[in-house]
Design a binder for this molecule. Structure first.
Ligand code: HEM
Length: 482
């Protein structure tokens, strides 16, 4: 809570709804905070003050205001609020997601930009992903033959986990129908739930040491599980690098772990094995559920809008050909598919409030003062549904992007599902490839029929806050081969 003297010193704060003692505006968040906040911002404007427990928060709901925060005053708003879960295993002290902008964070971002997610590196690792996409198609094909219904959320999740784990360290975590799949899926989902779950200890820092919901304890457990697994993977790789004789040339792995170990053994960057472990954890947590849920949401909309599905399939048929499989290099030749992905990221962004930012010092914006240590939420969902910016904002219409140069790469502030500026998603180049390839693999050469119980539009198009997966009704459909 900002004290009166702090507010007086700070000048005029953005307007906002009345906030109750102690709890502030928490009850007004409801089940879908991005939607409740969008409604409130219609009354209070694109810069709106709230108190979430003791955390003073400003919600940003217009492209102009977002540009002020993420471009003009980028550095001032580039810090993060450290959550209780983020402190498990001291992750916040090493993690790219939590570190403030400084030399360690810049180093990790540079490694991502120049080494891990550069076009050159992603082209080199695409064969690894192609193999996992083939597994997805084989699985759907088997379901066609046996007349089995497919849980699309589940197969998207398994495929994303596999795409991420082969790209990162050439390991298969899960497989369709294997015994370990369910256990892994539950562990990964539990980890993602813990990270995304609203925690009263974050709203009321005095509660932190009591851990009332047990979230920190669970985060310690699941982070520990993943960190020790990554440690094993790193140690095994180090061992195989040590024992492979130079003249024997065992085939060099094309994965990102190879790159990270090369970096840590070289002299350009200082990168310890502990840094690598925590970086892998960040990439895995940040990249898996976001991508899988986006694929599931895309399939939901395509299944609910058969004429859009036909257009996407026709394009694949014409550009790729009936019996050929799409490759990552083909994405640029598929404008309708690209429009579908842009549209889902406008319509249902999986990070509707981005990841909270924090102000480093007082900043003046539009005549208001945003004080130091304010939590800033950027409501990209509200911007995507703003009728002043988009025609028919509440309907799924990929066509709007066909003659429109607006893109989600962080320059067009009306569409920033990956953020913009320094804190923008570093995994965008990989996400971009995975999303297009997974949706194309699911629809090219297959027809789908929705299961009756998943036909309720409401059940399928709402995203649970905090975690992107677990929609109210899982998307199930019956595939047939063309
Ligand atoms: C549909 C897919 C994805 C979406 C929509 C998405 C979106 C986002 C958003 C909104 C942010 C926060 C931006 C901000 O704070 O302003 C973010 C950060 C981040 N994303 Fe993604 N992301 C996706 C996939 C990925 C993938 C595949 C990876 C890694 C392989 C990844 C790694 C990260 C990391 C490490 C951060 C934290 C960066 C930092 O704080 O400096 N994301 N992402």
């Amino acid at each position: 809570w900002l004290s009166n003297s702090r507010i007086r010193k700070s000048g005029k704060l953005p307007p906002g709804p009345y906030s109750f003692p102690i709890i502030g505006n928490i009850l007004q968040l409801g089940q879908y905070p991005h939607q409740s906040l969008a409604k409130l911002s219609k009354t209070y404007g694109p810069l709106m003050s709230l108190h979430l427990g003791s955390i003073y928060t400003v919600v940003v709901s217009s492209p102009e205001a977002a540009k002020e925060i993420l471009q003009k005053h980028d550095l001032a708003f580039s810090s993060r609020i450290i959550t209780a879960a983020g402190q498990a295993h001291d992750h916040h002290k090493i993690s790219m997601v939590f570190l403030p902008v400084g030399s360690q964070w810049s180093k990790l971002r540079k490694i991502c930009r120049e080494q891990l997610f550069s076009t050159h590196r992603l082209v080199a690792s695409q064969g690894l992903r192609q193999d996992k996409l083939r597994k997805l198609r084989d699985h759907v094909q088997e379901c066609c033959v046996s007349g089995r219904v497919v849980n699309i959320g589940e197969v998207s999740f398994i495929t994303t986990v596999n795409l991420m784990s082969v790209t990162l360290f050439s390991v298969d975590f899960t497989d369709f129908g294997s015994d370990t799949t369910q256990e892994w899926k539950e562990t990964i989902e539990a980890l993602i739930d813990i990270v995304g779950c609203p925690n009263s200890a974050d709203f009321f820092p005095v509660l932190k040491r009591f851990d009332p919901q047990g979230i920190k304890k669970e985060a310690d457990f699941y982070f520990g599980k993943f960190l020790s697994m990554f440690e094993d993977i790193i140690n095994q790789r180090l061992e195989s690098r040590r024992t492979s004789l130079p003249h024997h040339h065992s085939p060099k792995k094309n994965d990102l772990l190879q790159v990270l170990l090369d970096i840590s053994e070289g002299s350009d960057y200082e990168l310890s094995s502990n840094d690598i472990k925590h970086l892998l954890l960040d990439l895995f947590v940040a990249g898996t559920d976001t991508s899988a849920s986006t694929v599931e949401l895309t399939m939901t909309e395509l299944l609910l809008n058969p004429e859009k599905m036909s257009k996407a399939k026709d394009e694949l048929k014409n550009v790729i050909g009936d019996n050929n499989q799409i490759e990552e290099a083909d994405i640029s030749r598929l404008p309708y598919l690209q429009a579908v992905i842009k549209e889902i990221l406008r319509y249902q962004p999986v990070g509707p409030l981005l990841v909270p930012h924090k102000s480093e010092h007082d900043v003046e914006i539009n005549g208001y003062t945003i004080p130091k240590n304010t939590q800033v939420l950027i409501n990209v969902w509200a911007m995507g549904r703003d009728a002043n910016l988009w025609l028919n904002p509440n309907s799924f219409e990929p066509e709007r992007f066909l003659d429109n140069k607006v893109d989600f790469k962080g320059r067009d502030f009306e569409l920033i599902p990956f953020g913009s500026g320094r804190r923008m998603c570093p995994g965008l180049p990989l996400a971009n490839r995975m999303l297009h390839m997974m949706v194309a693999s699911l629809i090219h050469n297959f027809d789908w029929k929705l299961e009756p119980e998943t036909k309720t539009k409401d059940g399928n198009t709402t995203v649970k806050f905090g975690t992107a997966h677990n929609k109210a009704v899982p998307l199930k459909a019956l595939p047939t081969m063309l």
